[in-house]
Design a protein around this ligand. Structure first.
Ligand code: SF4
Ligand code: SF4
Length: 89
């Protein structure tokens, strides 16, 4: 699928461990990226200082859903499922 311009869910819901301009320690889950504009576009799109993880990301219906709201839910679930830490089994 093509990325939805103005969605921005993957710039909010997941954590990003690599440095982002304006966020040198990366980004916690659920926090808007410092480079995300008010209309949910990336200020660094096409720029050399855009993090590699963002350049590599591809839109996929499994994680992006049909709407930005759906993507926020799906990506938050994925974040919880892949968070490092003790397991309960
Ligand atoms: S969540 Fe998916 S559709 Fe939305 S901005 Fe990110 S890649 Fe694009
Ligand atoms: S740098 Fe751009 S693409 Fe990456 S999380 Fe921030 S706003 Fe999104």
């Amino acid at each position: 699928m093509d990325c939805r311009p103005g969605c921005g869910a993957c710039c909010i819901a997941p954590s990003i461990s690599s440095a982002i301009p304006g966020m040198p320690s990366g980004k916690p889950a659920g926090v808007r990226c410092a480079q995300l504009t008010a209309d949910n576009l990336c200020r660094l799109y096409g720029q050399p200082d855009r993090p590699a993880v963002c350049v590599r990301l591809r839109a996929d219906e499994l994680t992006c859903g049909q709407t930005a709201t759906e993507a926020l839910v799906l990506l938050a679930e994925l974040e919880r499922a892949t968070r490092p830490g003790p397991r309960s089994f």
